[in-house]
Design a binder for this molecule. Structure first.
Ligand code: B4P
Length: 187
């Protein structure tokens, strides 16, 4: 069974949807930097106040803030963990490697949920109608896709070079994407 898992993919690819299910199914910890940041914004903490405007524009919150935030939650032990939305830059991936190496651990697999630009845009606009998230407007969605390509896609290469990358077809019904991901995590 694989234990240290990263879910990668563009905004709206279904990382959050699938990470929650995988964590429940395997009894793993689910760490979503997006959820953590939205919590900080809701609490009005210092971090939340800094993150709010950045998230509303669809930009990335600075690496130093993200790494400090995740470090305090990533209790590194032998248990399984699903990382959802982190890392999102090569600097974050390197910081994660350093944190795990210090604890004698390593990432087992990065799972890329592959979905086209057209499909993610359609999904996020659909979510906007249901949840009304401030960053699900057409302009911000376009910017988030752009930011993904510029800043996050390079980590696909990073894990591919380490032979740790598996691509999953994210344009299937939720149950089928889940089944494909579970099969990989089972090892
Ligand atoms: P996140 O919260 O990570 O949000 P996301 O990428 O938009 O969503 P996700 O891919 O999880 O999609 P979901 O399952 O909800 O990030 C938000 C913001 O926080 C970022 O833009 C950034 O500003 C900041 N941030 C977070 N982490 C950061 C980091 N590490 N560094 C810097 N900044 C960071 O699915 C979307 C929709 O599709 C849902 O409505 C769902 O129901 C639907 N869906 C899912 N799977 C489907 C399927 N198979 N078929 C049809 N619909 C599906």
């Amino acid at each position: 069974m694989l234990k240290k898992i990263i879910l990668l993919g563009p905004p709206g690819s279904g990382k959050g949807t699938q990470a929650k299910r995988l964590a429940e199914s395997f009894g793993y910890l689910h760490l979503s930097t997006g959820d953590m940041l939205r919590d900080e914004v809701k609490k009005g903490s210092q971090l939340g106040q800094k993150a709010k405007a950045i998230m509303e524009k669809g930009e990335l919150v600075p690496d130093t803030l993200i790494v400090a935030m995740i470090k305090s939650r990533l209790a590194v032990d032998n248990g399984g963990v699903i990382l959802d939305g982190f890392p999102r830059t090569v600097a974050q991936a390197e910081a994660l490697d350093a944190m795990l190496t210090e604890a004698g651990e390593t990432i087992d697999r990065a799972l890329l949920v592959d979905v086209s630009d057209g499909e993610v845009t359609k999904r996020l606009l659909g979510r906007a109608e249901i949840e009304g998230r401030a960053d699900d407007t057409p302009n911000v969605i376009a910017n988030r896709l752009n930011v993904y390509k510029q800043q996050t896609e390079p980590i696909v290469d990073y894990y591919s070079k380490l032979s740790k990358l598996t691509r999953i077809n994210g344009e299937q019904v939720i149950e089928q994407v889940f089944a494909d991901l579970k099969a990989v995590v089972r090892g």
